[in-house]
Design a protein around this ligand. Structure first.
Ligand SMILES: NC(=O)c1ccc[n+]([C@@H]2O[C@H](COP(=O)([O-])OP(=O)(O)OC[C@H]3O[C@@H](n4cnc5c(N)ncnc54)[C@H](OP(=O)(O)O)[C@@H]3O)[C@@H](O)[C@H]2O)c1
Length: 334
């Protein structure tokens, strides 16, 4: 079967279509026939070698972080899934490769597809839904009544993060460009700041939680809207020592402590806390949130669809910054 793979890190990453064998289901795994796969900025970052030292992919590495599809084979030790089940999920970061027709995935990383969703919509969710859930339910522990500020509220992540924060009972403020102000309100944001014409500091103060999706200067700038005792969760800022533990590389803890010293110190001066998040696969969390998807509290937002064999175009659009709000998804058609 054809698979879209990173074959070399030279020249900013060489991506090619390869012929690969269909994988068998190992212990604890199922093989999923991919019906749709979502794109994420992470695909480009991996291709550009940004995770080369940390994850150490052996090339060629098939790209693609998430999927929706149908179980075609069940490996030994798997009890929760059967052939023919509709599933969605995000394989573990060292087991990616959904830009093809079939992939073996740890069953623990999958969940039954929410009723009422098509494959395309379902494939747009796992990575961003897990990111938002882990940011707000694990790192920041958002409670009803908390005030949450989300940068980039109509991006792939922001559009789902708004809905997850609202689902948890928060008041939500967000930044978007002028053309997306109405959409951000439709997604549930209570305060919408047009970042092209307004300064969010004038509208957002004393917040409990900030989700930093922009990084660079915006990390320290947006931290200033936190109240004392508040929490910034950054998905793009400097990694903190906890990330070294998550990677299973405690030896990197001092490095990440040093790297994050400035931002952690800035947070401390404000009486707040800085936490870096690198989302992880978690089928159980997806299953837990499925009812909120089924009752319409959390709705997927797909801006563009392509066929699997149009992946180059999809990747170009993703990199261009000109995509419509929400996610880009490639579909595997028979
Ligand atoms: N660490 C993790 O686990 C993790 C997980 C998911 C995502 N991420 C990272 O999070 C970032 C966002 O991901 P995504 O999937 O949402 O990307 P995306 O779909 O490309 O969205 C980016 C969004 O940022 C907005 N934006 C750009 N400049 C802005 C500014 N100055 N102020 C406010 N908003 C601005 C854009 O809005 P306009 O189009 O309206 O300008 C767009 O909606 C990426 O860097 C990604 O790698 C990290």
């Amino acid at each position: 079967m054809k698979a879209y793979a990173l074959t070399s890190y030279r020249n900013g990453g060489t991506l090619e279509w390869l012929d690969v064998a269909e994988p068998p289901a190992g212990r604890g795994q199922v093989v999923v026939g991919v019906r749709a796969a979502g794109l994420n900025p992470l695909d480009r970052m991996i291709a550009a070698g940004q995770f080369r030292q940390l994850i150490g992919y052996r090339l060629p590495q098939v790209l693609g972080q998430e999927l929706a599809g149908v179980v075609t084979e069940v490996g030994p030790g798997v009890e929760d899934f059967a052939v023919g089940d509709y599933v969605f999920g995000r394989p573990a970061i060292n087991r990616i490769g959904t830009f093809t027709r079939a992939i073996a995935v740890d069953a623990a990383d999958l969940a039954p597809m929410p009723a009422g969703l098509g494959f395309t919509e379902a494939a747009s969710l796992p990575l961003v839904l897990l990111t938002a859930a882990q940011a707000f339910m694990e790192k920041a522990r958002v409670k009803p009544g908390d005030k949450v500020f989300i940068q980039g509220g109509t991006g792939g992540l922001g559009s789902i993060a708004i809905q997850v924060a609202k689902h948890l009972g928060a008041t939500v403020a967000t930044t978007v460009s002028t053309k997306n102000v109405d959409l951000a309100r439709e997604l549930g944001a209570d305060v919408v700041v047009d970042y092209r014409t307004q300064r969010y500091e004038d509208h957002v103060q004393d917040y409990d939680v900030v989700l930093d999706t922009l990084g660079k200067d915006e990390t320290l700038r947006s931290m200033q809207v936190l109240r004392p005792g508040g929490t910034m969760v950054s998905v793009v800022g400097t990694p903190d020592p906890e990330f070294a533990a998550q990677l299973g590389k405690p030896i990197l803890k001092p490095v990440m402590w040093l790297m994050s010293r400035k931002v952690r110190r800035a947070a401390k001066q404000q009486g707040a806390e800085y936490k870096f998040l690198f989302m992880r696969a978690d089928g159980g969390r997806l299953a837990q949130l499925a009812p909120a998807i089924e009752d319409g509290s959390i709705k997927p937002l797909v801006g563009h669809t392509f066929r699997l064999d149009e992946l180059e175009q999809a990747m170009e659009l993703s990199a261009s910054g000109r995509a419509r709000p929400g996610k880009i998804v490639v579909e595997v058609r028979e």
